[in-house]
Design a protein around this ligand. Structure first.
Ligand code: FAD
Length: 503
């Protein structure tokens, strides 16, 4: 990978040179390596390309698109403070991307284009085509690693192989960070353009309020969800700082209780790059007195979660098959998943008759976000209790999550389905009743999202069908359990038994 400027390298900005910063999933001015490099190279014009066909083919949720559009407006404000214009263009098909960029390079007298790398297969192919077109036409093209603290390809075993299990990966990741402190440093702000003259390029260039095919008002109360998910740099940093000031030290204790506001909820910002990963890690380090893997257990656990995010990106980088609907564990591609459209629909709607599963799914459907514990319970229920293909759940999550992120979503689904990187064998099957009793003991989370159960006591709430008489249960107007867990567990284990890879 080419990298024109090293972090912190002092270069005299040349006003005679112009750079194009092509924003993608890095919608921020802070901690942005490509933007910083562009600003050191010359005067900067920024571009963002709205590509609905690409969004559709990657199942991007309307709620995420709405969040992107709102963040673009805030990004434009931040860039304009640095005299950098942001131009937003829309294309009909991804294949128009190289020429759109080429034409703008010519029109705006650009010399070099700067991007942060995206690791997914389609995105990498698109960027290669852009690179080829630009280089053939004499423009420089500069790709920088941004999304991970330690770039994919650098965390390897002694034999030079990628890790396929999280814990040893984390050990190696920490070792690299302890040895190379520079990786952790937040990238300095971009150098401003000398004057406002380039802002003229963004005049009459409106950032749309909505994009056809991604209308949030079809599913949500738009004011309600926009109120939940404030956009922009200030909102992102406020969330991160509030968490690191008031919650991080108790994170280990509170992180599994979906009723508690015990996690950071920064994932929507990370998914679109409105927060930089080094900014997040540094907040944790401040809270933990500079320690990475010792000190306060809450902070250490949170750092470990950031590492999970990196791990799944490294997996995708080394095993691109996961981008192509393939399981990480090849032998699991022969599993006979059940065809059960009715069960799937009930799962989507949060009508499985298992309150803890339904609460999570309804939280997702109402807000576009779901607590991590609920994601695991819901995913495990779909893939093990209903034995429905994880790819169906993965798609539904992407279509509905405001923080939809291919690597984390794919990693989480494959982990839950035992087709992925889980070091535990396939007979890890969550019992939804025990998960409910353990993680939502008083039923506070269930009552919030499944209001028809709010009259039940803390014993009944986890299993209304078994704890109430038939007539009392009927009055609740709550569905019967879709499946018997003990039978389903056995069925799932049988489906995994004796699978052999055919590679
Ligand atoms: P915190 O607990 O505060 O953690 C901080 C950050 O660390 C998160 O914002 C996230 O970037 C990262 N992180 C935390 N846990 C994980 C994890 N298990 N895997 C990867 N990164 C993690 N996360 C997404 O960002 N997008 C997704 O599309 C997504 N889909 C998932 C699907 C399934 C089936 C599962 C089990 C998990 C999924 N996750 C996904 C991971 C995790 O659930 C969310 O990152 C987390 O709930 C976001 O909440 P938070 O910001 O409060 O996280």
């Amino acid at each position: 990978m080419k990298r024109s400027l090293e972090k912190g390298e002092m270069v005299l900005k040349k006003v005679s040179q112009r750079a194009l910063m092509w924003f993608k999933s890095d919608l921020r001015v802070t901690d942005n390596p490509a933007l910083r490099n562009a600003s050191l190279y010359g005067e900067v014009i920024a571009l963002y390309i709205i590509s609905p066909q690409e969004w559709k083919s990657h199942d991007v949720a309307p709620i995420k698109v709405d969040f992107i559009l709102r963040n673009l407006k805030k990004l434009r404000e931040s860039l304009n403070e640095l005299n950098i214009p942001l131009v937003v263009k829309q294309i009909n098909h991804v294949k128009e991307t190289p020429n759109l960029i080429l034409n703008h390079c010519k029109e705006w007298n650009i010399n070099a284009v700067f991007i942060n790398k995206e690791y997914e297969v389609d995105e990498s192919k698109r960027d290669l085509k852009v690179q080829k077109t630009l280089e053939e036409n004499g423009f420089l093209f500069d790709i920088t690693h941004d999304q991970c603290v330690v770039p994919p390809g650098r965390v390897l075993t002694k034999d030079g192989k990628p890790y396929s299990v999280f814990t040893p990966f984390k050990k190696a990741w920490i070792k690299i960070l302890l040895a190379e402190n520079s990786l952790i440093q937040v990238i300095p702000l971009p150098e401003p353009n000398i004057d406002q003259s380039l802002i003229i390029h963004q005049e009459k260039n409106e950032i749309p309020e909505k994009v056809e095919g991604f209308d949030i008002s079809k599913k949500y109360d738009a004011d309600y969800v926009r109120g939940l998910w404030a956009a922009g740099k200030e909102a992102a940093h406020k969330k991160l700082e509030q968490f690191s000031k008031f919650k991080i030290l108790d994170y280990k204790k509170n992180r599994d209780a979906p009723a508690l506001d015990g996690t950071s909820v920064i994932s929507p910002f990370l998914a679109i790059g409105a927060l930089g990963i080094r900014e997040c890690l540094n907040e944790a380090l401040i809270a933990n007195k500079g320690l990475l893997d010792s000190g306060n257990e809450g902070a250490v656990t949170w750092i470990s979660e950031l590492c999970w995010r990196e791990f799944y990106r490294h997996v995708l980088f080394h095993y691109p098959r996961v981008c192509m609907y393939q399981p990480f564990k090849l032998e699991t591609k022969n599993i006979k998943w059940r065809d059960d459209p009715e069960g799937f629909e009930k799962w989507c709607k949060g009508e499985t008759g298992y309150p803890i599963v339904d609460a999570g799914m309804r939280q997702l459907n109402k807000t576009g976000w779901m607590h991590n514990r609920s994601r695991m319970i819901a995913a495990m229920f779909l893939t093990k209790d209903l034995l429905i293909d994880w790819r169906k759940g993965e798609k539904y999550f992407m279509e509905n999550l405001i923080d939809g992120d291919f690597a984390s979503n794919n990693g989480g689904w494959q982990w839950s389905a035992s087709t992925g990187t889980d070091s535990q064998p396939y007979f890890r099957v969550f019992n939804p009743l025990l998960q409910s009793q353990k993680n939502d003991p008083d039923g506070v989370f269930i009552k919030k999202w499944v209001p028809e159960l709010k009259g039940l006591n803390k014993k009944q709430i986890h299993c209304p069908k078994d704890c109430l008489g038939a007539s009392e249960f009927k009055k609740l107007n709550y569905p019967l359990p879709l499946v018997d867990h003990d039978m389903a567990r056995k069925r799932a284990i049988d489906a995994f038994k004796n699978l052999k890879t055919d590679e």
